[in-house]
Design a protein around this ligand. Structure first.
Ligand code: AOY
Length: 480
């Protein structure tokens, strides 16, 4: 029977034992006899960006792994499932019942990770995990399927961070760097694969910016990053339905209504329902010009079709001619403060830079524009964008530590690290070094975050944001 939604989303209706790849049900039979500990790590092997911004692990720990997360019912459900799905005798029922009966349903693993918000060069360890109970050697990699999903918030945070840097460069050259927090607005809610994707991805963007229309991201920060404050902001804005509902012949009234309904502050109006150039020249720039100029706030015109660079330049030229502009101290044109532009169509890492470069060449300050980014921010990414991998690098067999690694002849780029690992940061350079069980490395940047069902540190939005700004503030080389 179909469940009512309050029941289907209930925590208890989830079964952690089944949140893994099918083949992992059979791996407990496959490690060498005497295996006591399996130690694995996470890395980005490379990709679009040379550093990744670590973010999102705390969400996965709190949502899925903290506290008592396995019950006898879960184990019995999984047993019956696997018996039919793969075959009898495949599921590790004794192993899971040990966790239920002797460990109170708490997962016997220790996880260390780099503090959230930090940028780390690719090919370095970002997180390590090891079982703490030798009876549960099979658990470490059972959790790979769930834990490796952290690739997604890391990759969104990394992309958003890189765009912040690209826009910041242009603001330094042509305008006011203090405007950066609202220069990339998240338009991606509708384009993602699920509500959970929206929440996690939008939260990752909010580590770098404060503008968002993806409400779910703010709620993730409130529930999983102890946020007490409003972490993302938006403004009244039109969509095509609210403009086209007036009919083509009444586009002017639709726009005038926006000015009267929202008499103060910022208001954004999508202006390409019919002809964005005529809307700028004849409606905003002529018929409604005085109303816009006398309004207590700023009208943000949104083109939404065509090639971003070309349309933005044309719209800026029309609005500049109609509303006027000033030349700032850096020698760039800034539109009349009553009017700005937001481009939210066809926006990605490349078109943002293309548009800003073209604006720069035409003498327009980056102050004039904000970008809205949707699918390219939250969905047009995958685990290979930064080549994320989770690999075993050490096993303890009969009390003896052994290096473990892969190095395929046809793919040396897929070679994995060996041994227990620590992460160092010295003179502005990240490196992964070997460590030994039970020997503290005071230089290790990986910090314990989870042990035996407990979250060990609660990271907050302000501290995660502060770490994500270290390089921007010139402190990246000294650590922190
Ligand atoms: N939002 C800034 C505020 C948001 C939006 C959301 C898809 C906004 C538009 C705007 O100005 O125009 C989802 C497309 C647009």
């Amino acid at each position: 029977m179909l469940m009512h939604k309050t029941e289907s989303r209930d925590f208890l209706s989830r079964n952690l034992v089944l949140q893994t790849d099918s083949y992992k049900f059979t791996h407990w039979k496959q490690y060498p006899p005497g295996t006591q500990y399996v130690y694995s790590y996470l890395e980005s092997r490379g990709g679009m960006f040379s550093q990744t911004v670590f973010f999102g692990l705390q969400y996965y720990l709190l949502k899925y792994l903290c506290g008592p997360v396995v019950t006898e019912e879960d184990v019995m459900e999984a047993l019956e499932f696997v018996n039919k799905h793969i075959g009898p005798g495949m599921f590790n029922v004794e192993g899971w019942m040990h966790i239920v009966r002797n460990l109170g349903g708490r997962l016997p693993v220790a996880i260390k990770a780099v503090p959230e918000g930090r940028s780390v060069s690719v090919q370095n360890v970002l997180m390590t995990i090891e079982n703490t109970d030798p009876a549960c050697y099979w658990l470490t990699n059972y959790l790979e399927t769930l834990l490796l999903k952290v690739w997604y918030p890391i990759t969104v945070a990394t992309l958003s961070h890189a765009i912040r840097k690209a826009i910041m460069d242009k603001l330094h050259r042509s305008g006011d760097p203090a405007l950066i927090d609202f220069k990339l607005h998240d338009f991606g809610y509708r384009g993602v694969s699920s509500e959970e994707t929206a929440g996690i991805g939008a939260a990752a963007h909010l580590i770098n910016f404060k503008g968002t229309d993806t409400v779910a991201g703010i709620r993730v920060l409130q529930q999983f990053y102890q946020s007490q404050e409003m972490e993302g902001f938006s403004i009244p804005a039109a969509e095509h339905s609210t403009i086209t509902a007036w009919g083509r012949e009444n586009e002017d009234q639709a726009y005038e209504n926006m000015l009267t309904q929202f008499p103060q502050g910022l208001v954004a109006v999508v202006s390409d329902s019919y002809n964005v150039y005529e809307a700028c020249e004849k409606l905003w720039g002529t018929l409604l010009r005085e109303k816009v100029e006398n309004r207590q706030g700023t009208l943000v015109v949104r083109p939404d079709s065509g090639k971003p660079r070309e349309v933005v330049l044309k719209v800026l030229d029309i609005l500049g001619a109609k509303f006027g502009y000033e030349t700032n101290a850096k020698g760039y044109r800034v539109l009349n403060p009553k009017i700005r532009v937001i481009q939210g169509d066809g926006v990605n890492y490349w078109t943002i830079q293309d548009t800003l470069t073209a604006m720069n060449r035409a003498g327009w300050s980056a102050d004039n524009i904000t970008f809205g980014m949707g699918g390219a921010l939250l969905q047009q990414l995958n685990r290979d964008t930064q080549q994320f991998a989770f690999k075993c690098s050490n096993v303890t067999v009969n009390g003896e530590d052994r290096d473990v690694f892969k190095d395929p002849v046809e793919g040396h780029d897929k070679a994995s690290k060996r041994g227990r690992l620590a992460l160092h940061f010295e003179d502005g350079k990240w490196s992964t070094v070997r460590s030994r069980r039970g020997v503290e490395d005071p230089e290790d940047r990986l910090k314990p975050v989870f042990r035996d069902g407990e979250l060990l540190v609660g990271q907050t939005v302000p501290e995660v944001r502060r770490r994500a700004r270290l390089e921007e503030n010139g402190a990246g080389k000294s650590g922190g």
